[in-house]
Design a protein around this ligand. Structure first.
Ligand SMILES: Cc1cc2nc3c(=O)[nH]c(=O)nc-3n(C[C@H](O)[C@H](O)[C@H](O)COP(=O)(O)OP(=O)(O)OC[C@H]3O[C@@H](n4cnc5c(N)ncnc54)[C@H](O)[C@@H]3O)c2cc1C
Ligand code: FES
Length: 344
């Protein structure tokens, strides 16, 4: 029997069809409900179940903690009803920039490594694309489906900067690597994501990136330093080998100007004689941070889902509160399909 869902006690009930999530039913009915990734990753659809019961499919654990779940919160993009339900979106304590869609043009394409491109993008008619450091956008072209990429620049800079890793067999990244040129027009929609810089935080900051995960993490670090955040900021970047190291010059310059920043590249498959820390990044973090007090720290983690999951687990195991671990796993279409979600 199909169940209905309504938003707030006075909402109009929407029928949730067999196999549909609560979010899909609301959007089909034209309800303007907050959402982003639709895959349990960004947390934008976090809601309180005021009445009724829902069942949750797979979602990213740091987006909805066990405590929040026990307190009646849910992610409506992963929820199917077990009875008629009443829900209400949870407001964040920060006013998020509203989601918009702009036309933009690629200004520059630069190879950072053998499989990471830097692209600089400017709005076509100088419309500002507002976002918080750490958030991401959905990029598409007339012919290419939308894919998520995180801004690496500071909010407010005239050009949006993206670090894009080529995914073997990937439609959009393959297009950017092989066909896109300066002048290419893109649609940029967003911003999305809740793993943004908490500027009011005064405790130590940890920033952990895997590969192109450096994009949102660098946006956070650039912004934190520019805004005078003076607490210790430790950045760890996990890559495979020396040829995958990028942006090191800028990081060294930032460190020279801001002694509270330290950055470390960790190589999982180092060449013989390498002086950099070696190992999987979560193992290196477990070693490096053992004994540190993480109770008042905050962490920002981005990169491949397996790495983000392993790092979050280690940090929380070392005493970081789960609510202080802001993570963005870079899911691909294949990851979304394996999580039972639609990829276009
Ligand atoms: C919040 C967020 C932020 C992100 N930020 C960044 C970033 O800053 N930089 C970055 O490099 N990446 C980022 N990503 C990851 C990026 O969005 C993905 O890598 C994206 O899927 C690449 O698009 P693509 O079209 O090239 O590859 P896709 O077409 O998505 O393909 C990815 C893989 O899935 C396989 N695949 C595709 N369709 C199917 C199918 N129907 N069945 C089975 N397998 C299939 C492909 O063969 C390929 O191996 C982010 C992801 C998220 C969720
Ligand atoms: S829309 Fe539900 S977690 Fe992103």
């Amino acid at each position: 029997m199909p169940y209905s869902v309504k938003v707030g006690a006075h909402g109009v009930p929407s029928c949730v069809r067999q196999g549909e999530t609560v979010l899909e039913a609301l959007l089909r009915d034209g309800v303007d409900y907050p959402h982003g990734c639709t895959t349990g990753v960004c947390g934008l659809c976090k809601s309180r179940v005021i009445a009724g019961e829902v069942e949750l499919a797979q979602y990213y654990p740091s987006v909805l903690t066990d405590e929040e779940r026990a307190a009646g919160l849910t992610l409506v993009c992963c929820a199917t009803p077990l009875s008629n339900c009443t829900i209400s979106p949870v407001q964040t304590d920060v006013l998020l920039p509203s989601v918009t869609s702009i036309c933009a043009r690629i200004n520059c394409i630069e190879r950072l490594t053998h499989d990471i491109l830097r692209i600089g993008v400017s709005p076509q008619d100088d419309t500002a694309f507002r976002f918080l450091a750490g958030q991401y956008a959905s990029l598409s072209t007339e012919k290419m489906p939308a894919r998520e990429f995180s801004m690496a620049n500071r909010p407010g800079s005239p050009e949006l900067e993206f670090f894009i890793r080529r995914v073997p067999g990937g439609a959009f990244t393959g297009f950017l690597f092989e066909q896109a040129a300066v002048g290419q027009v893109l649609t940029v929609a967003g911003p999305f994501g809740l793993a943004f810089l908490r500027e009011g935080h005064i405790g130590p900051m940890l920033a952990v990136a895997g590969g192109s995960g450096l994009a949102p993490v660098l946006s956070i670090i650039r912004t934190a330093l520019a805004h005078g955040m003076a607490q210790p900021i430790r950045l760890f970047i996990g890559v495979r080998a020396e040829r995958d190291v990028y942006m090191e010059r800028e990081l060294l310059d930032l460190q020279a100007a801001h002694p509270n920043l330290s950055s470390t590249f960790v190589l999982s498959d180092p060449e013989e004689g390498s002086c950099r820390p070696a190992g999987l990044i979560h193992e290196v973090l477990a070693r490096e941070l053992a004994g540190d007090a993480l109770g008042n720290a905050r962490a920002y983690v981005a990169g491949p889902p397996v790495m983000v999951e392993a790092v979050s687990k280690v940090l929380i195991g070392l005493g970081l509160p789960a609510t202080a671990c802001h993570a963005d796993p870079f899911l691909t279409s294949a990851d979304k399909i394996s999580r039972g979600r639609r990829a276009e």
